[in-house]
Design a protein around this ligand. Structure first.
Ligand code: MLT
Length: 268
């Protein structure tokens, strides 16, 4: 489905009924990152999964996309769907956006899922690398990204033993648009440190990390969980940065249990 939000046509999937759950994909992916979760979670919950600005079937205007812009887009989507509160979460860049939502729209959260992500801003080296990548895209296009990233986003076990997952992720990265990729890179480079948000949260929260995540180390997850009052950390074994795709059965079990618990914990 498509809706008009903030001057773009935004594409999203809306499946199932019950407690609303909003899942945000990482970079450079689209809503299909969550296919394995949608099919299971939608049996019990209403699962809303957008293509963020610049990705998938959503429009990809030129320019920088801030995490606040992405947050405003998805909150407008929730407004249009008349959803007051949802369990909201994302993987990696989707986690950066979830933290921007937690900062700007805390009243919309019924629970928070931070998967394979960090609250800190970019180091100077990571920021520079993003601008170098934008330059390279301007000269060479985006083809190089797939072969560069595939080795980093999946762990060795997945790369060696799960050719279907490798193929799926390569195809998903390969179909993204240059303007969308550059907009996200510039936005991530400029994002602020949102660590301070973590200890303001008075809702159930879960931090998920992959044992072999080489893009965002489990150390970051351990740092974040220390800041939370009502949160816990789960490490998914034998998984890299895309823990939800690399170990979907374990990941879904964790997510299902967490989303169910969001009713049980008293809200403050
Ligand atoms: C992602 O998966 O969203 C990216 O690895 C995030 C990033 O580049 O910081």
């Amino acid at each position: 489905m498509h809706v008009q939000v903030n001057n773009i046509q935004l594409h999203y999937v809306d499946e199932g009924e019950g407690k609303p759950v909003l899942l945000l994909h990482g970079f450079p992916f689209d809503h299909h990152l969550w296919d394995k979760q949608i099919e299971v979670l939608a049996e019990k919950f209403r699962v809303i999964v957008p293509d963020l600005r610049g990705f998938g079937e959503t429009d990809h205007p030129e320019g920088e996309y801030s995490m606040s812009q992405y947050a405003a887009d998805v909150i407008t989507l929730l407004d249009l769907l008349q959803i007051d509160k949802a369990v909201i979460g994302g993987l990696s860049m989707g986690g950066y956006v979830s933290l921007a939502i937690a900062e700007q729209y805390p009243e919309r959260l019924q629970g928070l899922i931070l998967s394979n992500t960090r609250a800190a801003k970019d180091t100077a080296a990571i920021r520079q690398n993003r601008y170098n990548t934008i330059e390279k895209i301007n000269y060479d296009g985006t083809d190089f990204l797939v072969s560069d990233l595939i080795q980093k986003v999946l762990c060795d076990n997945t790369l060696q033993n799960k050719p279907d997952v490798v193929e799926f992720v390569e195809a998903m990265m390969g179909r993204q648009n240059a303007a969308g990729i550059k907009g996200a890179l510039a936005g991530m480079a400029q994002r602020k440190d949102r660590t301070f948000i973590l200890n303001t949260l008075d809702i159930p929260s879960i931090i998920i990390t992959g044992s072999d995540d080489s893009i965002i180390s489990p150390i970051e997850a351990k740092r974040m969980v220390k800041e939370l009052q009502f949160g816990h950390l789960v490490m998914i074994p034998e998984s890299g940065h895309l823990s939800n795709l690399e170990q979907p059965v374990k990941y879904n079990e964790v997510l299902m249990k967490f989303i169910e618990s969001c009713d049980l914990v008293e809200q403050h």
